[in-house]
Ligand binder design. Sequence first.
Ligand code: HEC
Length: 110
Amino acid sequence: MISRTVVWGSFNICVLVVILLRFSTPAMAADGENVFKGVCGGCHGKGGEARDISPVKFAGKQWERFFNKKRHNRKKDISELLSEQDQTALIEYLIEHAADSDKPIAAGLR
Ligand code: HEC
């Protein structure tokens, strides 16, 4: 009886680990998308003050430069709105779907 419980228990842990592994990568990839829609969409989305943007606006290297050189702050200082982690995830997302990527996303925020 006891050994059956132990076997069942470790089986459950295995299933849990498999589930966590399966879902951890897409969840992390979705992060940058959430930042893009949530933070950038605040101004570049529906009813926002700025024009529509999408990841294909720039090539990957250009997005990288845009953030590393804090180019946005010339138009509007948004440094308070982005944590370092948010920014890293966002750049990853934008590069993954940039104009020169394999999976370009042209859909904008509005
Ligand atoms: C607080 C409002 C605000 C937020 C948040 C914001 N922007 Fe902007 N953004 C602006 C304004 C204002 C401009 C200049 C006017 C325009 O381009 O419509 C601008 C311009 C831009 C431009 C054009 C720059 C150029 O030189 O052509 C890009 C690209 C851009 N933003 C990307 C982003 C991204 C990516 C995010 C998310 C991290 C973001 N913005 C968040 C307000 C904002």
